[in-house]
Write a protein that binds this ligand. Sequence first.
Ligand SMILES: Cc1cc2nc3c(=O)[nH]c(=O)nc-3n(C[C@H](O)[C@H](O)[C@H](O)COP(=O)(O)OP(=O)(O)OC[C@H]3O[C@@H](n4cnc5c(N)ncnc54)[C@H](O)[C@@H]3O)c2cc1C
Length: 390
Amino acid sequence: MKTVSNDRKRIAIIGAGPGGLTLALILQRHGIQPVVYEREPHDMSSERGGSLDIHEESGQKALKEAGVYEKFQEIVRYEGEDFRVMDKSGKIYIDEITEQDAKGERPEIDRGVLCDLLLGALDTDCIKYGYKLDRAVSMDNGMTELHFENGSTDTVHLLIGADGAFSRVRPLLSDVKAEYSGLTMVELNVLNAAEDHPDLAEFNRLGKMFALGDHKGILGQFNGDGRIKVYASFEAERDWLETCGIPFDQPAEAKRRLLEMFNDWDDTLKNYFRYAEDAVLPRRIYMLPVGFKWKRNAGVTLIGDAAHVMSPFAGEGVNLAMLDALELALSIVQHNNLAQAIEAYEEKMYEYSSEKARESYDNLKLIFSDDAAAKLSNLMNQYHEQYSQQ
Ligand SMILES: Cc1cc2nc3c(=O)[nH]c(=O)nc-3n(C[C@H](O)[C@H](O)[C@H](O)COP(=O)(O)OP(=O)(O)OC[C@H]3O[C@@H](n4cnc5c(N)ncnc54)[C@H](O)[C@@H]3O)c2cc1C
């Protein structure tokens, strides 16, 4: 068969989330033009996600390679690193306040703002919006045929699934599905917190607040648009959302029922529910098995949540997605043979992602165990001690 160099091969990325966009941008900077298929319409203004902390050794490293690090520094929120942990009575165990003008290693940016930053540098002609992948089929010649719900098809040399937890690319590589982790989170929003609810804004500070107890949590996270995203979090059976009888499409009633569930919690903590406006969104948290690997395919691979979705308690989801994008892009650039490029990327990715998946699983168990606030405080102290000795 006639060989075609990587910059001439047809490469499709499914998903224009942080992982897919970072990958497309780094490839473009190396003269490789992929096509990106995204299921959402071009205007994704409705729900684009909350604040994410971007780590120096992974997310920021990828942004440097993507050529947008300077712009990132202009818009990122270093003050978003404030972190408080308390128990259900409001007793404080951790109270980290970022000093003014201090530049930590994990500044915050809203998911939508991060995507806009990447889109601003990308030649966006490569993105096809409104293309939801229905299924992908391996062909005898090693290429992969893509079928979209809008009736379109494409045939590509390399298919990269950057399509999140419920990837439609993953079934080509494995029968393993993301499983319910046992944790359900109900998302609420306190809008314009500083202006409309200054008492709660001061209590939460500019970063994250975790109140933990009784195998439950109230988590508050300041976002760049002035809202506090609130997550009522608890262990629940998989079908709890269907059986609990809470009408999540009626926010006032849903809030009343959540207040009942947290009835004996500190009154200030209950303000996170009382002050919430807007929709109430329940979500089950899913994860792939720790150490998940798939059968190698010379023309198909996965990055980000599609490869290793995990609970949010290692804060790694977006960072790993961008690190995967960086590693895969450089591997494609460095190897003329796609099979070798995929092998080199996957071996490296399995190693660092499984370590983070283990950490995320252990944190999930710890955060919803007895005396969780005290245990989390001990863990953070150990981490700080280790870090200061390095
Ligand atoms: C709307 C949204 C909000 C989020 N909010 C938060 C948050 O507040 N905090 C947090 O820690 N994490 C959040 N996450 C998860 C976090 O963004 C991911 O862990 C991280 O960004 C991993 O990035 P990714 O690019 O691998 O996947 P994702 O960010 O999940 O992006 C996947 C992309 O693929 C697209 N897609 C999915 N299926 C298909 C298909 N069949 N065909 C075509 N396109 C498809 C999706 O529309 C999306 O654009 C959110 C994810 C989403 C999608």
